[in-house]
Structures are given as structure tokens and as C-alpha cells.
Design a protein around this ligand. Structure first.
Ligand code: ARG
Length: 460
């Protein structure tokens, strides 16, 4: 029993099944670099506070560097019986430098240690998400700039509604991903809080200096309450929520790409690199990257749900249940990071087919609102103008033509207010150009959106 670090009061060893059941080193070894970084800061500050000599702190830090080198070269032997990453590292450190290694854990508990390691890790990964998010926005802005003149049938209820520029549509996604970026910035404020010094739960009698540890690690803030410091997992839930929303946004984009790639739409041609074929149907080109991304969204949302259920019944403070907080984050991180990169790379290569988009714009009475607005501008109450236009649409539909294909005499039967100038208004491209309202699909608004996003990309 005494081979366990905590084994002093135990007469019997752990059951093999319990050891396998409770270990976390198989996954939390991912935190080794943060664990070592945190321990080195802890040792330096213990010296600063006069608890260790400078020489002792140096020996500890050098020993930890050696452990790190062993891990990175693949020479490190991870031991399940050492439970987790923290005890594996500390135990190896003591092998290397002797009993001094045992002083490292002074004024510290694994409860505040794991909170620090995980916060450092989540913080670093969220910074990675932000980089990937801004790369994605950059790709979308570039594609939008190429398609300022491309007409797309804008939809509501997924039914043809009004013409918009493809640029405007893509810029809408930029806003989603920009908000995701901002959400992560906000989340980081709560991730970057330094919990070391809370010890097990109540604080410590040793002369710790949490602010000095925070400064050493380049984290601004320290915990306010030692019990909260070891029991708080809000930061990881928020991070996985931010990731879930990123995935939901990507998934919406995927859904559209899948629809657009269907030959009945034919708005896009997918890059070969991100498509697959069928083993039986030789003509097939399937949008698998988008489908997988849409599917993996469920996985990340599942991680979020898992975390919410994990914490909902936990009494103060640290509970071993909380060890289950790591894998959902690791898994979500893997998915979010890969999805952002793949979407950016795929979107660079997607080929748009403006003729196909223009053809559908002309098939769905997308200029009906123009006619109603035209009549309203002539003084017809909008409700009445709407009704008149509805009758025009029904008439054109029956003839199998567009509103613009009807001649003036025909149109006049519906309203005497319709004159020759109506045809300029019914023009689809004009419908886009005339939408000069702020944030609308008009060219000035689109240009402004592109400018603003480019400015934003420079500062993030
Ligand atoms: N492996 C544990 C975790 O991830 C570390 C903290 C364990 N603390 C304890 N008192 N058992 O949560």
C-alpha cells in the first residue's frame, strides 16, 4: 500500500479493477507541459517567499525540465498505479533529484494543482481557436470580395425570398465567426484566473503568494475564494459552450454547402480534396467533409451536456467526479480545431457557379417585393400594394413567366399606378443595388462590411 503517495494510512492496496477504473493518466498526460510549468512557478515562488532556498528551487526546476525532456523524447514511463499526470511527474522528479522532490507539494494540493493545469491548457487551446476563427473570417472575406456582383436567391423558410449578393450572404457568416471570437475573448477572462494557493480547499498555513505565481505565469488574476478556486469548472463549461456554438455555425454553413452542391441547385462545385466518391455509383461526388462536420457538431454539444450534468449535483468543493471534466474538453477541442481549419481550407477552394444562382433568382418571383414597394412609393397603402402584387404573381405563375415578362398593358390591369418605369424596378440586380439601408445587401453596405472586417482582422 505504501507505494501510493497517499498510502500512509492504508493497510491494503487498491484493487486492480479500481486502479484501472479511477486512473486518469491515460488522458490527463496531455497536461504534462502545463503541470511542469505550474510546478516550476510554484517552486520559484516558494523560494521567493523564503520557504525554499534558491538552490533548492533551481534543483526542482531543473529536475522538472529533465522530466519534460524525458516525456517529449518518449522515454518517460507513465504508470497507471500513479493515477494521474501530477503524481507521475512528481514521482519521477523524486527519482531524479531525491527527497527534495517531496518538498514541491508543500502548500499545494492536487485540487488546486489540477485546476491550474487545466486552466493553462484551456487558455492555450482557446487562443488557438481564436487564431483559426480569424483565419476562417479572412477566407470568407476574400471569397466575399470576389463575389460582390454575384446574385444569390436569399431565402427565408428556405423558400426564395429576395435577391442578395453572395458576398452579403458570406459576410453574414463572418459576423457569426467574429462573435465566436469575441465570445472566446470573454470566456478567457474567466479561464485565466490563477487558483494555486487555495490548497485542498481552505487555503494554507504556508507563506504562499498567489499573485506572484500568477505574475510568473503571466496570468493577471487570482482566485478570491479558496473553496471556489478548487470547485469551479465554469471556465471549461463556457469554453465548450463557445466551441458548441462555433460548431453550430459551421454546421449551418455545411448544411448550405451540401444543398448548394446538389446538382439541382448546382451553386457550388466542391474541391476534390474535400469530397469522396461512391463505391458503387460512379457519378457520385459526395460532400463528406461537410457531412462529417455537421455530424461532429453533435459530439461537441454532447460534451457540453455531459459537463453540465457532471457538475449539477456536486457539493462543495472538489469531488473526484470532476476528473471527468477533461475528456469532454479534449475531444471538443480536437473537433473544433480540426473543423475550423478544414472549413477554411475547403472554402478557399470551393468553386461558385454564379450562372446557376442567377438562374434560380429569376425563377422564384424574387422581385415581387420590388413591385409592392414601387406601388407603395406611388402612394398605394402597403397592404393594398402587397395584395395587388400577390395577384400579379398568381397571374404570372399561371402563365409560367416572371413578373418582368408581363407587358405594361397586362400589368396595368392590376393597378393603374403601374407605369413604364416599373421595369427598372423589377430588374434583379437593381433590387440588390437599391437596398441602400444600413447593413443591407446594397454594394455600399457590403463594401463597408468588408472594410470593417478587414480592420478587425488587423487587430485580432
Ligand atoms: N486526477 C484528478 C483530477 O483530474 C486530480 C485531482 C485529484 N485530487 C484528489 N484529491 N483526488 O481531478
Amino acid at each position: 500500500a505504501d507505494k501510493k503517495m497517499w498510502g500512509g494510512r492504508f493497510a491494503e492496496g487498491t484493487a486492480a479493477s479500481m486502479e484501472a477504473y479511477s486512473e486518469s493518466v491515460s488522458f490527463d498526460r496531455l497536461l504534462y507541459a502545463e503541470d511542469i510549468r505550474g510546478s516550476q512557478a510554484h517552486a520559484r515562488v516558494l523560494a521567493k517567499q523564503g520557504f525554499l532556498t534558491e538552490a533548492e528551487a533551481k534543483t526542482l526546476c531543473d529536475g522538472l525540465d529533465q522530466v519534460k525532456a524525458e516525456i517529449e523524447s518518449g522515454d518517460f514511463e507513465w504508470k497507471t498505479e500513479m493515477e494521474d499526470v501530477h503524481m507521475n511527474i512528481e514521482s519521477r522528479l523524486t527519482d531524479i533529484i531525491g527527497p527534495l522532490g517531496g518538498k514541491l507539494h508543500t502548500a499545494r494540493s492536487r485540487n488546486d494543482q489540477v485546476a491550474l493545469d487545466f486552466r493553462l491548457h484551456v487558455g492555450a487551446r482557446l487562443a488557438g481557436w481564436q487564431q483559426a476563427l480569424s483565419m476562417l473570417v479572412e477566407v470568407f472575406v476574400t471569397r466575399a470580395e470576389e463575389h460582390k456582383e454575384t446574385m444569390l436567391p436569399g431565402c427565408t423558410h428556405f423558400q426564395p425570398a429576395q435577391p442578395v449578393s453572395l458576398a452579403h450572404h458570406l459576410l453574414a457568416y463572418c459576423q457569426m465567426f467574429k462573435r465566436d471570437h469575441e465570445r472566446v475573448t470573454d470566456c478567457l477572462k474567466r479561464v485565466r484566473v490563477m487558483p494555486l494557493g487555495a490548497a485542498a480547499l481552505a487555503g494554507t498555513t504556508h507563506p504562499v503568494n498567489p499573485q506572484a505565481v500568477a505574475d510568473d505565469l503571466g496570468i493577471g488574476e487570482i482566485f478570491a475564494n479558496s473553496m471556489d478556486a478548487v470547485s469551479d469548472r465554469d471556465f471549461v463549461l463556457e469554453a465548450v459552450f463557445a466551441g458548441s456554438l462555433v460548431m453550430a455555425h459551421l454546421s449551418r454553413m455545411c448544411e448550405e454547402i451540401i444543398i448548394w452542391a446538389n446538382p439541382n441547385f448546382g451553386y457550388v462545385k466542391l474541391p476534390d480534396q474535400y469530397s469522396t466518391g461512391s463505391s458503387i455509383m460512379p457519378q457520385k461526388k459526395n460532400p463528406d467533409a461537410c457531412e462529417i462536420m455537421r455530424g461532429k457538431t453533435g459530439r461537441v454539444v454532447g460534451s457540453l451536456m455531459g459537463l453540465l450534468v457532471l457538475i449539477k449535483g456536486l457539493p462543495m468543493t472538489y469531488n473526484r467526479d470532476m476528473q471527468e471534466d477533461k475528456e469532454p474538453f479534449f475531444d471538443a477541442d480536437k473537433t473544433v480545431s480540426a473543423s475550423l481549419t478544414i472549413m477554411a481550407d475547403m472554402f478557399k477552394q470551393i468553386e461558385f457557379v454564379p450562372e446557376k444562382m442567377a438562374a434560380t433568382v429569376k425563377r422564384g418571383f424574387l422581385n415581387a417585393t420590388e413591385l409592392a414597394d414601387y406601388l407603395a412609393a406611388k402612394g398605394v397603402p402597403f397592404r393594398e400594394a402587397h395584395h395587388i402584387t400577390g395577384a400579379v404573381v398568381a397571374h404570372a405563375e399561371q402563365k409560367g413567366v416572371g413578373i418582368e415578362d408581363l407587358d405594361l398593358a397586362e400589368l396595368k390591369q392590376f393597378s393603374g399606378d403601374i407605369n413604364d418605369d416599373v421595369f427598372g424596378v423589377l430588374d434583379y440586380a437593381a433590387a440588390i443595388e437599391r437596398r441602400t439601408s444600413p447593413g443591407g445587401t446594397g454594394p455600399a453596405s457590403v463594401a463597408k462590411q468588408i472594410d470593417t472586417l478587414k480592420g478587425w482582422l488587423k487587430i485580432v
